[in-house]
Design a protein around this ligand. Sequence first.
Ligand SMILES: [Zn+2]
Length: 170
Amino acid sequence: MLKIRYYGDPVLRKKAEKVTEFDSDLEQIVKDMLETMYVNSGIGLAANQVGILKQIIVIDTGTKEKPDIKILINPEIVNCSKEKTEYEEGCLSFPGLLEKIQRPAQITVKCQDIKGNICEFDADGLLSIVIQHEYDHINGILFIDKMSPVKRLVHNKKLSEIKKLSKEKK
Ligand SMILES: [Zn+2]
């Protein structure tokens, strides 16, 4: 089990580095990230959120009975639709904070799998949203950056509470 980093932790603002070794260490990180995500009832987790500055994302938009796991290593969003969609997003690094965020509806992703094989696929619906949210994480971008100043103001109190929590955890 890895420790989730909360808003206020500088690691969330750093850009993650490309994975170059597709070895058993990577497999272990992915395994630990999945476990951490499930324990915290998340549907996506980026390595920054557990203090690892590598371009690793784990996602499961399925159910307990029918998991739908996606492991994205070194992902790139190579195409975005003009059409936008809005979804109420949460983030394991922002406990208790939910807000509607607008993003492109469809994307094309290029990435590597856990063995280093290159893959490219299209995503829409919830999967597209989760990939974009996690992709932002590995680039040091947070979902509050996508909120209007007014919306952010609304969450000001909650944000300072989370920041405090982040300091206490250290
Ligand atoms: Zn997040």
